[in-house]
Design a protein around this ligand. Structure first.
Ligand SMILES: C[S@@+](CC[C@H](N)C(=O)[O-])C[C@H]1O[C@@H](n2cnc3c(N)ncnc32)[C@H](O)[C@@H]1O
Length: 259
């Protein structure tokens, strides 16, 4: 069984990935750019989603292997990107060594994250970089609401999403903060962390992503105790420009295998 909550191959799945690209490709490419990418590098992009980062890497390096359990949205990849449909809970579909391994918003979803981390460290070339970006469980505090009752609605849906539905499917909201220690324990060096965090208003990518995730997880949220009326009001709130809340805090942890 695939524990992953969302359906990457669906239309909502495509919108989900498009929102992520618009929200996060800028901090991701900023982070990757500062590692000193070179044209001879072999890269592994895991949970590749829409392929936006695989394509960005392909323009700067020699080879990119892009892996996802559902490759439906990887239809427009650059020459130099090899696509593999593979369940990463079973390990890696290709052998290393890789000079760069990157995964964004993947390991927090996988209950087997510790075993995968070990495999990624094994697959790194000496001196190679591991770069993992995951979001934390920091509360998504409200900044502005059109009506005081909207705050309670927002908090109820966040509670069900983050404390009931997603943990039952193996999501870890502590993994992002644990990653530096795990990388050090796995023998990596030069461990460094970047934090990225913005607020998001109704009708913009952050709130549209919340709305999208709420639609994709509807059966799970109803089973967890949300009502259909609450879901309808929440989705309308996510379109209202008078609503604003903190968006997820993204932590990027990167480290190197000793040369
Ligand atoms: C939240 S999305 C992130 C996509 C992309 N990395 C980004 O940040 O835009 C998680 C991705 O991991 C993929 N995924 C989930 N479980 C997986 C598994 N067991 N093996 C490989 N890929 C998986 C999903 O299909 C999806 O594309």
């Amino acid at each position: 069984m695939n524990d992953y909550i969302f359906d990457t191959g669906s239309e909502l799945g495509q919108d989900h990935l498009d929102h992520l690209g618009r929200l996060l490709d800028t901090p991701t490419t900023w982070r990757l750019d500062r590692l000193g990418l070179t044209a001879d590098m072999r890269c592994l992009e895991l949970g590749a989603g829409s392929g936006s980062i695989a394509n960005w890497l392909a323009a700067r390096t020699r080879e990119v292997v892009a892996v996802d359990i559902d490759t439906t949205q990887l239809y427009d990849v650059a020459p130099g990107v090899q696509v593999h449909r593979y369940d990463l809970r079973d390990g890696l579909p290709v052998d290393g060594p890789f000079d760069l391994i990157h995964a964004r918003l993947l390991l927090l979803h996988l209950p087997e994250r510790e075993q995968l981390l070990t495999r990624l460290v094994d697959a790194l070339a000496p001196g190679g970089h591991l770069v993992l970006g995951d979001i934390t469980g920091r509360p998504l505090d409200v900044v502005a609401v059109p009506d005081p009752a909207d705050r309670d609605l927002w908090e109820k849906i966040q509670h069900l999403s983050h404390h009931v539905v997603s943990p039952a499917r193996g999501v870890s909201w502590t993994w992002a903060r644990e990653t530096p220690e795990r990388m050090t324990a796995a023998g990596l060096v030069d461990v460094d962390v970047m934090q990225y965090s913005l607020t998001s208003a109704g009708g913009t990518d952050g709130c549209l992503l919340h709305r999208n995730l709420n639609q994709q997880a509807e059966p799970l949220l109803l089973a967890a105790g949300a009502t259909q009326d609450e879901l309808t009001r929440y989705r309308a709130l996510m379109l209202n420009p008078r609503f604003r809340a903190w968006f997820y805090e993204l932590l990027y942890t990167n480290a190197r295998k000793p040369a």
